[in-house]
Design a protein. Structure first.
Length: 243
């Protein structure tokens, strides 16, 4: 395909297979909608193009495919939702730049054939992928990779569950600590309130005692001058007679 020209997708359909290999297609020029519109095409050959990353709408619009050839594209990664291509049986990823596969790969339960040779894969490792030198080894590759990814997904799920349980435990511990602090605060408030009440009662009792003391002083009779002693009275009378 020359630059700037647009593919007429139906011209590349032979039976149920699209052959769009060697068309200089890139992630931005790949005619995803046009291919998806022709549901008869259940096999898609995109080999020997320049598709380094699959377009965002590729997975959910290509869910009807049973065979997909993406070999020799310089493909760097597969999207996390690649496992949603639930009907896929044959997948060719030969000669790309893939270093990992998404864990969601385990969802490709109908996958029977997989070629991953000539990729710098780190995850899963070569011991899982195998050599993929022939049809039999590619079938074995599909089985082993799916089994490995299934276990990886289970391990990751366990890890997520543990993390969730740890978060819940921390949250509960925080709630308990906040409740304990709230109870201590309420106890302190109650103690201060009781102290204030006690002080107020003591103040009222003191005020009442003072009032009663003042009332008692007001009721007692005034003190009169004492009469002189009898001897002094007699002496006073003698002095009056003498005069």
């Amino acid at each position: 395909m020359s630059k700037g020209s647009k593919i007429v997708v139906k011209d590349y359909l032979d039976g149920d297979e699209f052959d769009l290999s060697l068309q200089c297609l890139t992630s931005s020029t790949l005619p995803v909608k046009e291919i998806a519109a022709i549901k008869k095409g259940k096999k898609l050959d995109l080999s020997k193009n320049q598709i380094s990353v699959l377009p965002d709408n590729f997975i959910w619009q290509m869910g009807h495919l049973v065979k997909l050839d993406l070999s020799a594209n310089g493909l760097k990664e597969l999207p996390e939702n690649f496992g949603n291509m639930a009907l896929l049986q044959h997948l060719d990823l030969f000669n790309n730049k893939l270093t990992t596969l998404p864990v969601g790969f385990f969802k490709l339960k109908t996958l029977k054939w997989l070629d991953l040779k000539e990729n710098p894969l780190e995850y899963p490792g070569q011991e899982v992928v195998g050599l993929c030198r022939n049809d039999s080894e590619c079938k074995t590759c599909a089985l082993q990779v799916l089994d490995f990814m299934k276990k990886e997904n289970a391990d990751q799920e366990k890890k997520r569950q543990k993390e969730l349980e740890l978060k819940r435990a921390k949250k509960e511990a925080l709630k308990r600590e906040l409740k304990r602090l709230e109870e201590l605060e309420n106890q302190e408030k109650k103690r201060i309130k009781n102290e204030e009440k006690s002080k107020e009662k003591a103040k009222r009792r003191l005020s009442l005692r003072r009032k009663r003391a003042r009332r008692r002083r007001c009721r007692s009779p005034r003190s009169l001058p004492h009469p002189p002693p009898r001897n002094q009275q007699n002496e006073s009378l003698v002095q009056v007679h003498l005069i």
